[in-house]
Design a protein around this ligand. Sequence first.
Ligand SMILES: *[C@@H]1O[C@H](CO)[C@@H](O)[C@H](O)[C@H]1NC(C)=O
Ligand SMILES: *[C@@H]1O[C@H](CO)[C@@H](O)[C@H](O)[C@H]1NC(C)=O
Ligand SMILES: *[C@@H]1O[C@H](CO)[C@@H](O)[C@H](O)[C@H]1NC(C)=O
Ligand SMILES: *[C@@H]1O[C@H](CO)[C@@H](O)[C@H](O)[C@H]1NC(C)=O
Length: 258
Amino acid sequence: MEFSMIFILSNTLLLLSSSAFAKTVSPPSPPLSPTPAPAPAPDFVNLTELLAVAGPFHTFLEYLESTKVIDTFQNQANNTEEGITIFVPKDSSFSALKKPSLSKLTSDQLKQVILFHALPKYYSLADFKNLSQTGSTPTFAGGSYSLNFTDDSGTVHINSGWSKTKVTSAVHSTDPVAIYEVGKVLLPEAVFGTDIPPTPAPAPAPEIAPAADSPIEKSADSKASSPSSPDGSSSYKILSYGIWGNLVLATFGVLAML
Ligand SMILES: *[C@@H]1O[C@H](CO)[C@@H](O)[C@H](O)[C@H]1NC(C)=O
Ligand SMILES: *[C@@H]1O[C@H](CO)[C@@H](O)[C@H](O)[C@H]1NC(C)=O
Ligand SMILES: *[C@@H]1O[C@H](CO)[C@@H](O)[C@H](O)[C@H]1NC(C)=O
Ligand SMILES: *[C@@H]1O[C@H](CO)[C@@H](O)[C@H](O)[C@H]1NC(C)=O
């Protein structure tokens, strides 16, 4: 009993002294850190989740998934310095698309059309001022699949030959991921050819609205088929002011169609 007590005591003393010894010999070095401080991880942006709650962008998301392009885009969002810029048409833009239709495309062509909706680099809205000077900008679909941008005092206009539209709102724009809502599905000449039918001249505007009960679908259609509306330059800014902005915009839209 006594012996074991002494044994423990002496062991403890030994331990203490050896640790004291170690302390005195070891050079005055900064405390050991097990791993170097990790670089701040960029926030993971789940594109599927983001597109599922915004919009509605369900049609675009379905195409992204059926063509597996979602993996290409998510990988670019995850792993690159460059980042990604995606142009997303709403469900109503897909339903307004009667001619040419996406349903007759081969799966390869459809994949190219979806890849055509993104640039392999992050661009803030302000960056498009610069891009408009460079002429055509290559998209994710590569090669001859390019888009032309023009900046009209803050409104970004997009021209693919077949589709002349604009950025209608910024869904997400934080480096490295930008997602912009666009007014139309972007159709590449590389798939649909250069034989673009001329845009029909707008019908002469009547002085008085024919009826206040015209169906909403009809007005959505005519809005989608007109290349640009007079309120174009200010629509983006108005949109960012929320519900009142939307009301004002809707009023403008109705006025523009008279
Ligand atoms: C992204 O979000 C989708 C839909 O919410 C989910 O199914 C998927 O697991 C998420 N992916 C990651 C990597 O978190
Ligand atoms: C993107 O990153 C998330 C989170 O780190 C990961 O779960 C997901 O599998 C990655 N997806 C791709 C396509 O790289
Ligand atoms: C804008 O364009 C100029 C010249 O083309 C280039 O030097 C500059 O880096 C560009 N800026 C951005 C933000 O891309
Ligand atoms: C895009 O810009 C290039 C270079 O300025 C031009 O050659 C081409 O015709 C333009 N495309 C469209 C669809 O406007």
